[in-house]
Design a protein around this ligand. Structure first.
Ligand SMILES: [Fe+2]
Ligand SMILES: [Fe+2]
Length: 297
């Protein structure tokens, strides 16, 4: 895992996106081949399950984001936002594809990634038949604030990166985090460009808070309950569960960043992450950038 990246697909089928939201073809399959079951730091059982659950929701969740934005892209008149939308779609498609690679590896270890994938697919199938395009965009913008928050925590907090543990899983999440920061305002701006109002935006965020916490908690409990290896080590599992509330991902800082979205007049770029993005672009993809060497150090 110490070599520079040389395995980018030569002929990418994806678009190039925009300067702010570039599309980077990635190929992580080889990188996750040796990933152990408990890939979080110190073989932490609960954190491995939490990350596996999150990763399991991404492919279908991100397809929903893409459909929501693509449904209105022809109505966007601002050429810059149109270019960013193309970048957003390309980035999210690539995230879904590469998280599927990680999820396939996790499924080999017995994580219920396929069950969660089917549940999320079914849920959006139903919801998209009930919700308007604007409501779909409001949910996409709300969930994008969740991913942008997780991304900011991961990119600014070394403890958070350490908590993810093994290279492979950490590589995918750090690359994903950079791109979530790059496109954090796109779905929001599309929602606004389609005339989305503040009341619906904030109301949908409250619903998202409820659904996100409820669903990921239930999925996490089910995932751990199905894990025979974890049940064989009850003390280790209990210690791991006790550590979870102290994780950087469930910190007050995380709650504070998430809460900002509920403020009327909020815009994702109110949190200035330009410097953070520049640093991580250079670290991961700069001329000297060597993805795994940076992450493994
Ligand atoms: Fe994503
Ligand atoms: Fe995203």
């Amino acid at each position: 895992m110490s070599e520079a990246r040389t395995d980018f697909p030569a002929n990418s089928e994806v678009g190039t996106g925009s300067e702010q939201v570039p599309v980077r073809p990635m190929e992580f399959r080889r990188w996750v081949e040796g990933l152990p079951k408990y890939f979080a730091a110190d073989g932490d059982i609960a954190m491995s399950h939490v990350l596996a659950v999150l990763s399991s929701t991404f492919p279908e969740g991100e397809k929903f984001f893409v459909r929501s934005v693509a449904a209105v892209r022809d109505q966007i008149t601002d050429p810059r936002l149109r270019a960013d939308v193309e970048g957003f779609i390309g980035q999210e498609e690539m995230h879904g594809r590469e998280h599927q690679v990680l999820n396939d590896r996790l499924a080999q270890h017995g994580y219920p990634t396929r069950g969660i994938d089917s549940y999320v697919r079914g849920l959006y199938w139903v919801r998209e038949r009930i919700q308007t395009k604007k409501v779909n965009l409001a949910f996409t913008a709300a969930l994008e604030h969740y991913t942008a928050t997780l991304a900011e925590l991961l990119l600014t907090d070394e403890e958070a990166r350490k908590a993810v543990g093994k290279p492979g899983a950490r590589d995918i999440l750090t690359w994903h985090a950079l791109e979530e920061s790059e496109h954090k305002a796109v779905a929001f701006d599309v929602y606004k460009a389609m005339g989305g109002g503040e009341f619906m935006r904030i109301f949908v965020m409250f619903l998202t808070d409820l659904l996100f916490i409820l669903e990921t908690s239930i999925m996490g409990v089910v995932s751990i309950a199905m894990d025979r290896d974890a049940r064989r080590h009850p003390v280790k599992l209990a210690r791991s569960l006790a550590r979870l509330p102290k994780s950087p991902f469930v910190s007050w800082r995380a709650v504070r960043i998430l809460a900002e979205y509920h403020r009327p007049g909020f815009h994702p770029n109110d949190r200035d992450t330009r410097q953070l993005i520049a640093e991580w672009r250079e670290a991961l993809f700069g001329r000297e950038g060597q993805l795994t060497e940076v992450l493994a150090s």
